[in-house]
Design a protein around this ligand. Structure first.
Ligand code: T1G
Length: 704
């Protein structure tokens, strides 16, 4: 208990302090960066409440946060560690039962346990622009400090269900409408706290205990939400528990809270919690790269070479982020195509509510310019080449850029597998050359691989990461190899799928097993969507260097030779027409013919065997990518697959999944499969070491 006599300020601990102003006590929380409800915050707050409620001269307590936000939730870093008193649910009850009225002032992003502290207070005032939410479900849990009991008391069951099962934050205005907060105010948090406290004293702001409010029953809303989640979240654990917990809000406080705690613990014990929390931190960990301390270059004008699907998608992403964009194409027809694609992309953004209708036209008229000559990019700060995948063409373009681009401009290629070192060597400024690999559709997909070549400068890398942040992308650092992190690993595990198809599993069975594991689509649905001609071209390119020992499955090539490239041609592994989507009998006939030609007697593959081979192959190649240093850490590979390849978020990514399976079991599987194909199934040295040492990929993340 430290006293600052000159201000009436008392420091309870490093993160909580009290400032007595006559009969008002202001309790300030200051635990940067997001006032997470760490042990220090909880114990400090408890102590403050305990002290103040026994001071007769204190008539009202006002809690507020310093810094960019009020409490953004429990401290996620404490999850899985031995819990330390006071627990957040107990602290919330303590605040609710406090004899002295408590008002809570919310600002920034008041989430999870932060909103629960507020809901347990006797009045709530939010600063304009505040976002509030209960995002616990996105971490595989549920609000465990009374949120499932108090939110329905204030906002009703339906609104509470929407807030808790979606995990999405709402605005202060919506929260006021729903009754979750009592007032919206302008000003600094401390100032608003003082005013709110006075209004509570004057009776202008009502003080009430949330638990005294009764919940109006709404069985329809409960049933409707259960039905909806059964369809939309069938593989997830915690959303369904959220509904059970909200249903318990009809019980008296203690019973309801007891039920909430039981359900919360069920979620904490679910492996999905580990996967989702890992995904939360993966998103943030990947930004911590060796070049992060370098100063990024200032980017205002971006040049995009190529108006195809990728070029126009990249241009759209840059325009949506407020950059000036110049797009080049070889001719007017190409520019017109690119510009209309950008227009359509922006229309989509308007539909998704990401852009105002008026802004669309404003962007097209004021931010986008087009040209057919590369020297139109002479004043660009960053130039992104997105033309078709041909090394000769790319080196020629970079050779020209070397002459026309201004000194200090960043020269980037959006190639999805070609050698950036070779591209950089076509210029006299390789330190300014980098790979920025976007994923289609580039204005929607969150992942961006930042491919660092041998001579790429640290500030060029830092600029790539800064750009990703502005584009709201998740950037992952990759070294140079064929396909970088994502495509290299995908090319490898796709072979495991092809081998199972050749040996007896149908494309539909394989896709069903993989979607059952949690992927949005299976490998053959993905292949048909991306276009079979893409991998056909890649297969032809690799044919010359394919090792003789490698087993090659020509089925997809044969389908392409028929001119069937998937969705874009109406058929591939599946048929896509007015009757809907269904397996393509002609493709199945090709498969049967190839099996007969190869003398394969097809066998049955159980779903879990399909998943086991597919995921083991993914982890095998991912481990090689790691041991070669192409990926910095296992978590980088997880982020690539979570944000670029539809890996189920609740499983945390391939390397997190590898730890769930265990290195020893993975080695056993690979050695077992190697009896069929010793060339394909080889145990990477790193995996064998982990198996022998009992080590994990999680430890490798911590060590890095
Ligand atoms: N605990 C610990 N660290 C956190 C944290 C948290 N709740 N929230 C953020 N951080 C760290 C983050 O890792 C990063 O660290 C830094 O703060 C800045 O975050 C009982 C149990 C608040 C909207 O799920 O959604 O309450 O990388 O980069 O983009 O019911 O962070 O710099 O080292 O994300 O401005 C519920 C999680 C918890 C909110 C800010 N709460 N956080 O976004 O910054 S469960 C949440 C966010 C709970 C109770 C239960 C966002 C943000 P580093 P950032 P941002």
């Amino acid at each position: 208990m430290k006293s600052g006599s000159e201000t009436g300020l008392t420091g309870i601990n490093d993160v909580v302090s009290i400032d007595r102003q006559g009969g008002i006590a202001l309790v300030a929380l200051n635990n940067p960066p997001v006032n997470a409800a760490s042990h220090a915050v909880r114990s400090g707050l408890w102590q403050a409440i305990e002290t103040l409620q026994n001071e007769p001269e204190i008539k009202v307590i006002a809690i507020y946060g310093e810094g960019r936000t009020f409490i953004a939730g429990a401290d996620i870093r404490e999850f899985g560690k031995p819990p330390r008193d006071p627990w957040l649910p107990d602290l919330c009850n303590f605040i609710e039962d406090c004899k002295t009225p408590v008002v809570c002032v919310l600002h920034g992003t008041t989430l999870g346990g932060g909103l629960e502290v507020a809901l347990a207070s006797h009045a709530r005032v939010a600063l304009a622009g505040t976002k509030v939410g209960l995002p616990e479900v996105s971490l595989g849990i549920l609000p465990g400090a009374g949120g499932t009991q108090r939110a329905p008391r204030l906002a009703g069951i339906k609104a509470a269900l929407d807030l808790i099962t979606s995990g999405k934050p709402i605005s202060a205005n919506q929260a006021l409408e729903q009754g979750l907060i009592d007032q919206i105010a302008d000003g600094a948090p401390r100032e608003v706290a003082l005013t709110a406290a006075r209004e509570l004293l004057d009776g202008e702001l009502a003080s009430r205990r949330t638990c005294d409010l009764t919940v109006e029953d709404d069985p329809q809303a409960l049933t409707a939400m259960r039905d909806k989640l059964a369809k939309t979240q069938r593989l997830l654990f915690s959303p369904h528990k959220c509904v059970d917990a909200v249903e318990a809000s009809r019980l008296p406080r203690e019973e309801g809270l007891k039920e909430e705690r039981r359900l919360f613990n069920d979620c904490m014990d679910s492996p999905q919690r580990g996967g989702l929390v890992h995904a939360f931190f993966a998103e943030r960990a990947v930004a911590k790269v060796p070049e992060a301390s370098a100063t990024p270059r200032d980017i205002r004008k971006i040049g995009v070479i190529g108006g195809g699907t990728m070029g126009s998608g990249i241009a759209t992403a840059a325009l949506l982020a407020g950059f000036q964009v110049t797009m080049t194409e070889r001719d007017k027809a190409g520019l017109d195509r690119g510009t209309s694609t950008i227009g359509a992309n922006l229309d989509g953004a308007v539909k998704r509510g990401k852009l105002g209708a008026g802004a669309r036209d404003e962007i097209l008229s004021s931010k986008l310019s087009t040209a057919t000559e590369l020297d139109a990019l002479s004043d660009a700060d960053l130039i992104i080449e997105a033309v078709f995948e041909d090394m000769g063409v790319k080196r020629e373009i970079f050779g020209t850029l070397d002459k026309v681009a201004r000194q200090g401009a960043i020269l980037a290629s959006n190639t999805s597998y070609l050698d950036i070192d070779q591209i950089a060597a076509a210029t006299s400024r390789p330190e300014d050359v980098i790979g920025l690999h976007f994923f289609s559709p580039a204005h929607i997909m969150r992942l961006m691989e930042v491919v660092v070549a041998e001579k790429t400068g640290a500030d060029t890398v830092a600029t790539g990461f800064a750009l990703a942040k502005k584009l709201k992308k998740i950037a992952v650092r990759s070294g140079v190899c064929d396909g970088f992190i994502g495509n290299r690993i995908m090319t490898f595990y796709k072979k495991a799928a092809d081998y199972m198809m050749m040996d007896g599993a149908s494309p539909e069975e394989i896709d069903k097993a993989i979607t059952g594991f949690g992927f949005a689509m299976g490998p053959y649905q993905v292949a048909d969507l991306a276009g079979l001609d893409i991998s056909w071209a890649a297969n032809k390119r690799r044919a010359a260097t394919r090792p003789a020992e490698e087993r090659y499955i020509p089925i997809a090539d044969e389908i392409c030779e028929k001119g069937w490239f998937g969705r874009k041609t109406g058929q591939g592994f599946y048929i896509y027409d007015a009757e809907g989507t269904r397996p393509n009998p002609a493709a199945l006939a090709i498969i049967d013919a190839e099996r007969a030609k190869a003398g394969v007697s097809p066998r049955t593959f159980a779903e879990d065997e399909i998943v086991s081979r597919f995921i083991t192959a993914m982890i095998l190649e991912a481990t090689r990518v790691l041991q070669e240093g192409i990926a910095l850490r296992p978590v980088d590979i997880d982020a690539v697959f979570l944000f670029g390849y539809g890996f189920p978020r609740f499983r945390g990514g391939p390397m997190h999944t590898a730890d769930q399976i265990g290195a020893a079991e993975l080695v056993r599987r690979i050695e077992d499969y190697a009896q069929e194909d010793a060339y394909y199934w080889q145990v990477p040295a790193l995996l064998r070491n982990l198996a022998e040492s009992g080590g994990t990929f999680a430890e490798m993340n911590e060590q890095s």
